[in-house]
Design a protein around this ligand. Structure first.
Ligand code: PEP
Length: 261
């Protein structure tokens, strides 16, 4: 399953800026990063700035291969949801990818698996690509509950998608204890979790779901990306802190090519 599938899964690397950079800073970054990754044509590259910078980033990256992602979305098409942003608004601003259920949103903003599922179904239904984030806390890992947590988050988060839809989506495995801590999962820990996630996808949706890319997030840096993405089940990276500098991010994109065919 994995050796066949891995050859077909193109590396996918996404920058998650979180709440960093003004619109002007975002455009400066866009102009800096494009020439740095121009020659890397065998990796899917995505940048997720804050909402405000999305239109300017989409403009600045329009002639590049870099896609623009939002860090969140509301599942409803419109309505009385103060402070929220719909898929139609995102699409109108050039967004084609949406990060859903990041652990910071789950932990700090009360997002649930049911909420993640509503957002994922709406996003995929509208023809955008979702990056659905899953991952266990340190407490859950130490209690040997990692696989149970991953199974639940994948099962409930992606419920209702068709096998064909799942095959084109992205799941990000982000162990909460590795995010922003400088302490990345070991390559073996990541590979084991990714294999488990892929098995859950296949048991839920059938063999074609093995094509879903499962990317790793949690303290990815230029110095550790090749070893992590070099694992057979790791198809790319979701990068927070180390994505804020264009040179560092471009080195991570380049380092993720080790699995490219
Ligand atoms: C993230 O925010 O998704 C993330 C993985 O952050 P960092 O790379 O800073 O650990």
């Amino acid at each position: 399953l994995s050796s066949v599938g891995a050859a077909m899964r193109r590396p996918f690397v996404a920058a998650n800026w979180k709440m960093h950079k003004t619109v002007a800073e975002s455009v400066t970054y866009a102009h800096a990063v494009v020439p740095l990754v121009e020659a890397i044509t065998d990796v899917d590259i995505v940048v997720a700035p804050p909402f405000l910078a999305l239109p300017a980033m989409a403009d600045a990256l329009a002639d590049s291969r870099i896609k623009v992602a939002s860090q969140n979305v509301h599942a409803a098409s419109h309505g009385a949801f103060t402070g929220e942003v719909s898929l139609e608004m995102l699409q109108g601003s050039g967004v084609t990818v949406v990060i859903i259920g990041h652990s910071e949103r789950r932990q700090l903003f009360g997002e649930t698996d049911a909420g993640v599922n509503a957002k994922t179904r709406a996003t995929v239904g509208a023809g955008l690509t979702s990056i659905v984030c899953v991952g266990e806390t340190l407490e859950e890992r130490e209690a040997n509950r990692t696989f149970d947590i991953l199974d639940r988050q994948v099962r409930d988060g992606l419920a209702g998608l068709s096998p064909e839809q799942v095959a084109t989506q992205v799941v990000a495995y982000e162990p909460v204890w590795a995010i922003g801590t400088g302490r990345n999962a070991t390559p073996d820990q990541a590979n084991e979790a990714h294999r488990h996630i892929r098995q859950q996808l296949v048991s839920q949706f059938g063999d074609s779901a093995a094509a879903c890319r499962v990317i790793y997030g949690g303290s990815v840096k230029p110095g550790n990306v090749a070893e992590l993405v070099g694992q057979s089940e790791v198809d790319g990276a979701l990068v927070g802190g180390a994505s804020l500098d264009p040179t560092s991010f471009s080195e991570i994109v380049a380092g993720s090519r080790s699995t490219a065919i």
